[in-house]
Design a binder for this molecule. Structure first.
Ligand SMILES: Nc1ncnc2c1ncn2[C@@H]1O[C@H](COP(=O)(O)OP(=O)(O)O)[C@@H](O)[C@H]1O
Ligand SMILES: [Mg+2]
Length: 311
Protein backbone atom coordinates (compact mmCIF):
# COMPACT_ATOMS: atom_id res chain seq x y z
CA UNK A 1 0.00 0.00 0.00
CA UNK A 2 2.90 2.33 0.67
CA UNK A 3 4.57 3.36 -2.55
CA UNK A 4 7.71 5.23 -3.39
CA UNK A 5 6.93 8.93 -3.21
CA UNK A 6 4.14 8.48 -0.64
CA UNK A 7 3.77 11.39 1.74
CA UNK A 8 4.29 10.18 5.30
CA UNK A 9 2.65 11.81 8.31
CA UNK A 10 4.56 11.06 11.49
CA UNK A 11 2.00 11.37 14.31
CA UNK A 12 3.74 12.47 17.48
CA UNK A 13 3.23 14.14 20.85
CA UNK A 14 -0.37 13.40 21.63
CA UNK A 15 -2.62 13.68 24.63
CA UNK A 16 -1.15 11.12 27.02
CA UNK A 17 1.22 11.27 29.97
CA UNK A 18 3.85 9.83 27.61
CA UNK A 19 3.80 12.91 25.36
CA UNK A 20 7.45 13.85 25.98
CA UNK A 21 8.85 10.46 25.00
CA UNK A 22 6.54 10.41 21.97
CA UNK A 23 8.00 13.73 20.78
CA UNK A 24 11.44 12.10 20.93
CA UNK A 25 10.28 8.93 19.18
CA UNK A 26 8.57 11.00 16.49
CA UNK A 27 11.56 13.26 15.87
CA UNK A 28 13.89 10.24 15.55
CA UNK A 29 11.51 8.46 13.19
CA UNK A 30 10.92 11.54 11.01
CA UNK A 31 14.66 12.16 10.72
CA UNK A 32 15.35 8.53 9.78
CA UNK A 33 12.63 8.53 7.12
CA UNK A 34 13.95 11.79 5.67
CA UNK A 35 17.44 10.29 5.51
CA UNK A 36 15.88 7.55 3.38
CA UNK A 37 14.34 10.15 1.09
CA UNK A 38 10.72 10.05 2.22
CA UNK A 39 8.53 13.14 2.11
CA UNK A 40 7.69 13.55 5.80
CA UNK A 41 5.29 15.80 7.67
CA UNK A 42 5.38 15.83 11.47
CA UNK A 43 1.89 16.10 12.94
CA UNK A 44 1.53 16.97 16.63
CA UNK A 45 -1.58 15.14 17.74
CA UNK A 46 -4.27 17.04 19.62
CA UNK A 47 -8.05 17.11 19.59
CA UNK A 48 -7.78 18.74 16.17
CA UNK A 49 -6.14 15.66 14.61
CA UNK A 50 -8.91 15.03 12.03
CA UNK A 51 -8.48 18.55 10.60
CA UNK A 52 -4.69 18.20 10.63
CA UNK A 53 -4.88 14.89 8.78
CA UNK A 54 -7.00 16.46 6.07
CA UNK A 55 -4.78 19.54 5.81
CA UNK A 56 -1.59 17.45 5.82
CA UNK A 57 -2.74 15.50 2.76
CA UNK A 58 -0.76 12.45 3.80
CA UNK A 59 -0.83 9.02 2.13
CA UNK A 60 0.24 7.04 5.19
CA UNK A 61 0.59 7.60 8.94
CA UNK A 62 3.63 6.46 10.95
CA UNK A 63 2.19 6.42 14.48
CA UNK A 64 4.85 7.52 16.96
CA UNK A 65 2.46 8.02 19.87
CA UNK A 66 2.56 6.25 23.23
CA UNK A 67 -0.19 5.66 25.78
CA UNK A 68 -3.80 6.80 25.70
CA UNK A 69 -5.35 7.64 22.30
CA UNK A 70 -2.17 6.73 20.42
CA UNK A 71 -1.41 3.21 21.59
CA UNK A 72 -4.89 2.07 22.57
CA UNK A 73 -6.63 1.89 19.21
CA UNK A 74 -8.30 5.33 19.22
CA UNK A 75 -6.07 7.03 16.65
CA UNK A 76 -5.99 3.77 14.72
CA UNK A 77 -9.80 3.85 14.56
CA UNK A 78 -9.81 7.41 13.26
CA UNK A 79 -7.31 6.47 10.54
CA UNK A 80 -9.43 3.43 9.60
CA UNK A 81 -12.49 5.63 9.13
CA UNK A 82 -10.50 8.11 7.07
CA UNK A 83 -8.98 5.32 4.97
CA UNK A 84 -5.40 6.31 5.78
CA UNK A 85 -3.03 3.32 6.11
CA UNK A 86 -1.08 3.37 9.37
CA UNK A 87 1.84 1.56 10.93
CA UNK A 88 1.77 -1.02 13.70
CA UNK A 89 -1.09 -2.85 15.34
CA UNK A 90 -4.76 -2.50 14.39
CA UNK A 91 -7.60 -1.16 16.54
CA UNK A 92 -8.42 -4.40 18.34
CA UNK A 93 -4.92 -5.60 19.10
CA UNK A 94 -3.90 -2.11 20.25
CA UNK A 95 -6.88 -1.94 22.61
CA UNK A 96 -6.31 -5.42 24.04
CA UNK A 97 -2.56 -4.93 24.48
CA UNK A 98 -3.18 -1.65 26.30
CA UNK A 99 -5.21 -3.49 28.92
CA UNK A 100 -3.00 -5.77 31.02
CA UNK A 101 -5.89 -7.96 32.18
CA UNK A 102 -7.45 -8.35 28.72
CA UNK A 103 -3.99 -9.28 27.44
CA UNK A 104 -3.46 -11.92 30.11
CA UNK A 105 -6.93 -13.38 29.64
CA UNK A 106 -6.38 -13.56 25.89
CA UNK A 107 -3.12 -15.43 26.44
CA UNK A 108 -4.24 -17.69 29.27
CA UNK A 109 -3.65 -21.34 28.46
CA UNK A 110 -1.35 -20.62 25.53
CA UNK A 111 1.41 -23.23 25.47
CA UNK A 112 4.79 -21.64 26.10
CA UNK A 113 3.39 -18.44 27.60
CA UNK A 114 3.79 -18.39 31.38
CA UNK A 115 1.80 -15.77 33.28
CA UNK A 116 2.08 -14.69 36.91
CA UNK A 117 -0.92 -15.60 39.07
CA UNK A 118 -3.25 -12.65 39.48
CA UNK A 119 -6.51 -11.42 40.93
CA UNK A 120 -8.52 -8.31 40.06
CA UNK A 121 -9.83 -5.80 42.59
CA UNK A 122 -12.59 -3.40 41.57
CA UNK A 123 -13.36 -0.04 43.15
CA UNK A 124 -15.81 -0.57 46.01
CA UNK A 125 -15.22 -4.32 45.97
CA UNK A 126 -13.58 -6.49 48.64
CA UNK A 127 -9.86 -7.07 48.94
CA UNK A 128 -8.94 -10.73 48.54
CA UNK A 129 -7.47 -12.10 51.77
CA UNK A 130 -5.59 -15.03 50.31
CA UNK A 131 -3.02 -13.26 48.14
CA UNK A 132 0.52 -14.47 48.61
CA UNK A 133 3.03 -11.72 49.41
CA UNK A 134 4.86 -9.96 47.96
CA UNK A 135 2.36 -8.88 45.36
CA UNK A 136 2.62 -6.30 42.57
CA UNK A 137 -0.26 -3.82 42.42
CA UNK A 138 -0.92 -2.30 39.00
CA UNK A 139 -3.65 -0.35 37.23
CA UNK A 140 -5.02 -2.39 34.30
CA UNK A 141 -4.37 0.36 31.83
CA UNK A 142 -1.35 2.53 31.91
CA UNK A 143 2.24 2.33 31.07
CA UNK A 144 5.62 3.58 32.05
CA UNK A 145 5.09 2.13 35.51
CA UNK A 146 2.68 4.84 36.66
CA UNK A 147 0.72 3.67 39.69
CA UNK A 148 2.58 0.36 40.07
CA UNK A 149 3.83 -0.65 43.49
CA UNK A 150 4.86 -3.63 45.56
CA UNK A 151 3.04 -4.77 48.69
CA UNK A 152 4.76 -7.03 51.19
CA UNK A 153 1.92 -7.36 53.68
CA UNK A 154 -1.78 -6.61 54.18
CA UNK A 155 -1.17 -3.03 55.36
CA UNK A 156 0.96 -2.18 52.36
CA UNK A 157 -1.61 -3.87 50.13
CA UNK A 158 -4.40 -1.59 51.39
CA UNK A 159 -2.38 1.56 50.75
CA UNK A 160 -1.17 0.39 47.35
CA UNK A 161 -4.63 -0.68 46.17
CA UNK A 162 -6.16 2.62 47.28
CA UNK A 163 -3.51 4.54 45.35
CA UNK A 164 -3.99 2.44 42.22
CA UNK A 165 -7.80 2.58 42.43
CA UNK A 166 -7.57 6.37 42.48
CA UNK A 167 -6.18 6.13 38.93
CA UNK A 168 -8.36 3.37 37.53
CA UNK A 169 -11.53 1.54 38.62
CA UNK A 170 -9.87 -1.88 38.36
CA UNK A 171 -6.53 -2.99 39.69
CA UNK A 172 -4.51 -6.11 39.02
CA UNK A 173 -2.77 -7.84 41.92
CA UNK A 174 -0.01 -9.94 40.45
CA UNK A 175 2.28 -12.39 42.14
CA UNK A 176 5.76 -10.85 42.41
CA UNK A 177 8.20 -12.78 40.25
CA UNK A 178 11.80 -12.56 41.40
CA UNK A 179 14.26 -12.53 38.54
CA UNK A 180 15.91 -10.61 35.75
CA UNK A 181 14.15 -8.20 33.49
CA UNK A 182 14.24 -9.06 29.80
CA UNK A 183 12.38 -7.72 26.79
CA UNK A 184 11.76 -9.16 23.33
CA UNK A 185 10.94 -7.03 20.32
CA UNK A 186 8.99 -8.58 17.47
CA UNK A 187 8.90 -7.18 13.95
CA UNK A 188 6.35 -8.57 11.47
CA UNK A 189 6.03 -11.72 13.57
CA UNK A 190 9.78 -12.33 13.91
CA UNK A 191 11.55 -12.08 17.27
CA UNK A 192 14.66 -9.91 17.54
CA UNK A 193 17.51 -10.73 19.97
CA UNK A 194 16.59 -10.59 23.66
CA UNK A 195 17.65 -7.49 25.63
CA UNK A 196 18.46 -7.78 29.34
CA UNK A 197 17.89 -4.74 31.53
CA UNK A 198 20.24 -4.54 34.49
CA UNK A 199 20.04 -1.87 37.19
CA UNK A 200 23.56 -0.53 37.77
CA UNK A 201 22.96 -0.53 41.51
CA UNK A 202 23.24 -4.29 41.31
CA UNK A 203 19.95 -4.64 43.16
CA UNK A 204 17.24 -6.65 41.54
CA UNK A 205 14.58 -5.56 43.98
CA UNK A 206 11.48 -3.70 42.97
CA UNK A 207 12.44 -0.24 44.20
CA UNK A 208 15.75 -0.34 42.35
CA UNK A 209 13.90 -0.86 39.08
CA UNK A 210 11.77 2.14 39.78
CA UNK A 211 14.31 4.62 40.98
CA UNK A 212 15.45 6.35 37.87
CA UNK A 213 18.95 5.16 38.41
CA UNK A 214 21.45 4.06 35.86
CA UNK A 215 20.48 1.06 33.85
CA UNK A 216 22.63 -1.12 31.65
CA UNK A 217 21.25 -2.87 28.59
CA UNK A 218 22.77 -6.04 27.29
CA UNK A 219 22.03 -7.34 23.80
CA UNK A 220 22.01 -10.14 22.89
CA UNK A 221 21.24 -10.88 26.54
CA UNK A 222 23.94 -13.09 28.07
CA UNK A 223 21.38 -15.58 29.33
CA UNK A 224 20.83 -19.28 28.84
CA UNK A 225 20.03 -19.96 25.15
CA UNK A 226 17.03 -22.12 26.11
CA UNK A 227 15.56 -19.29 28.19
CA UNK A 228 16.20 -16.75 25.41
CA UNK A 229 14.50 -19.02 22.89
CA UNK A 230 11.56 -19.56 25.23
CA UNK A 231 11.13 -15.79 25.68
CA UNK A 232 11.31 -15.22 21.93
CA UNK A 233 8.71 -17.91 21.24
CA UNK A 234 6.43 -16.54 23.95
CA UNK A 235 6.75 -12.99 22.56
CA UNK A 236 5.87 -14.19 19.05
CA UNK A 237 2.94 -16.24 20.39
CA UNK A 238 1.57 -13.18 22.21
CA UNK A 239 2.08 -11.00 19.12
CA UNK A 240 0.24 -13.50 16.91
CA UNK A 241 -2.59 -14.25 19.34
CA UNK A 242 -3.34 -10.60 19.89
CA UNK A 243 -3.03 -9.93 16.16
CA UNK A 244 -0.28 -7.31 16.45
CA UNK A 245 1.34 -5.74 13.40
CA UNK A 246 4.66 -4.04 12.66
CA UNK A 247 6.79 -3.63 15.75
CA UNK A 248 5.80 -4.70 19.28
CA UNK A 249 7.83 -5.43 22.42
CA UNK A 250 7.01 -7.96 25.12
CA UNK A 251 8.32 -7.57 28.70
CA UNK A 252 9.22 -10.57 30.84
CA UNK A 253 10.77 -11.46 34.16
CA UNK A 254 13.18 -14.35 33.80
CA UNK A 255 12.88 -16.39 36.98
CA UNK A 256 15.72 -18.33 38.58
CA UNK A 257 14.15 -21.52 37.17
CA UNK A 258 14.86 -20.22 33.65
CA UNK A 259 11.19 -19.70 32.81
CA UNK A 260 10.36 -16.28 31.33
CA UNK A 261 7.15 -14.94 32.87
CA UNK A 262 5.24 -12.71 30.45
CA UNK A 263 4.17 -9.32 31.83
CA UNK A 264 2.83 -7.28 28.93
CA UNK A 265 3.21 -6.44 25.28
CA UNK A 266 3.70 -2.85 24.10
CA UNK A 267 2.33 -2.14 20.64
CA UNK A 268 4.11 1.22 20.35
CA UNK A 269 7.47 0.73 22.03
CA UNK A 270 9.88 3.64 22.25
CA UNK A 271 11.68 4.34 18.99
CA UNK A 272 14.42 6.81 19.78
CA UNK A 273 17.83 5.73 18.51
CA UNK A 274 18.73 4.43 21.98
CA UNK A 275 15.43 2.69 22.74
CA UNK A 276 15.21 -1.04 23.41
CA UNK A 277 13.61 -2.15 20.13
CA UNK A 278 16.13 -0.34 17.86
CA UNK A 279 18.87 -1.74 20.10
CA UNK A 280 17.55 -5.28 19.50
CA UNK A 281 17.21 -4.59 15.78
CA UNK A 282 20.81 -3.38 15.70
CA UNK A 283 21.96 -6.68 17.19
CA UNK A 284 20.19 -8.40 14.29
CA UNK A 285 22.02 -6.20 11.77
CA UNK A 286 19.11 -3.87 11.14
CA UNK A 287 19.87 -0.16 11.32
CA UNK A 288 17.50 2.39 12.85
CA UNK A 289 16.61 3.52 9.31
CA UNK A 290 16.01 -0.08 8.21
CA UNK A 291 13.67 -0.69 11.13
CA UNK A 292 11.78 2.58 10.70
CA UNK A 293 11.35 2.03 6.98
CA UNK A 294 10.32 -1.60 7.42
CA UNK A 295 7.59 -0.50 9.83
CA UNK A 296 6.46 2.11 7.28
CA UNK A 297 6.27 -0.43 4.46
CA UNK A 298 4.00 -2.64 6.59
CA UNK A 299 1.36 0.09 7.01
CA UNK A 300 -2.21 -0.97 6.17
CA UNK A 301 -5.85 -0.19 6.85
CA UNK A 302 -9.09 -2.01 6.18
CA UNK A 303 -10.69 -1.61 2.76
CA UNK A 304 -14.11 0.03 2.87
CA UNK A 305 -17.05 -2.27 2.26
CA UNK A 306 -18.76 -0.06 -0.30
CA UNK A 307 -17.36 0.87 -3.68
CA UNK A 308 -16.22 4.46 -3.85
CA UNK A 309 -19.03 6.68 -5.00
CA UNK A 310 -21.66 4.56 -3.25
CA UNK A 311 -21.33 5.97 0.24
N1 LIG B 1 4.66 -9.63 38.60
C1 LIG B 1 5.79 -8.93 38.64
N2 LIG B 1 6.88 -9.40 39.31
C2 LIG B 1 8.02 -8.70 39.36
N3 LIG B 1 8.20 -7.49 38.80
C3 LIG B 1 7.16 -6.96 38.10
C4 LIG B 1 5.91 -7.65 38.00
N4 LIG B 1 5.07 -6.87 37.27
C5 LIG B 1 5.76 -5.77 36.96
N5 LIG B 1 7.01 -5.81 37.44
C6 LIG B 1 8.05 -4.79 37.26
O1 LIG B 1 7.40 -3.58 36.92
C7 LIG B 1 7.78 -3.16 35.60
C8 LIG B 1 6.60 -2.56 34.89
O2 LIG B 1 5.56 -3.51 34.77
P1 LIG B 1 4.81 -3.73 33.40
O3 LIG B 1 3.78 -4.79 33.62
O4 LIG B 1 5.80 -3.99 32.32
O5 LIG B 1 4.05 -2.35 33.20
P2 LIG B 1 4.43 -0.95 32.47
O6 LIG B 1 5.72 -1.15 31.73
O7 LIG B 1 3.26 -0.72 31.57
O8 LIG B 1 4.50 0.05 33.55
C9 LIG B 1 8.32 -4.41 34.94
O9 LIG B 1 9.22 -4.09 33.93
C10 LIG B 1 8.97 -5.11 36.12
O10 LIG B 1 10.21 -4.54 36.42
MG1 LIG C 1 6.55 -2.76 30.73
Amino acid sequence: MVEEGSRVGVLLGGLSTEREISLKTGASVAAALRRRGWDVEEIDVGRDLPAKLVAGDIDVAWIALHGRFGEDGCVQGLLEVMGIPYTGSDVRSSAVAMDKLATKRALRGTPGVTLAKDVVVVRGGPLPHDVGFPVVVKPLVGGSTIGISLARDATELQTAVAAALALHPEVLLEQFVAGEEITVSVIDGQALPVVRIVPESGFFDFEAKYTKGLTRYEVPAPIDAEAAGAAQRAAVAAYRLLGCGGLARADFILGADGVPVFLEINTLPGMTETSLAPMAAGAAGMSFEDLTERILLGATCMPSEVQSGQS
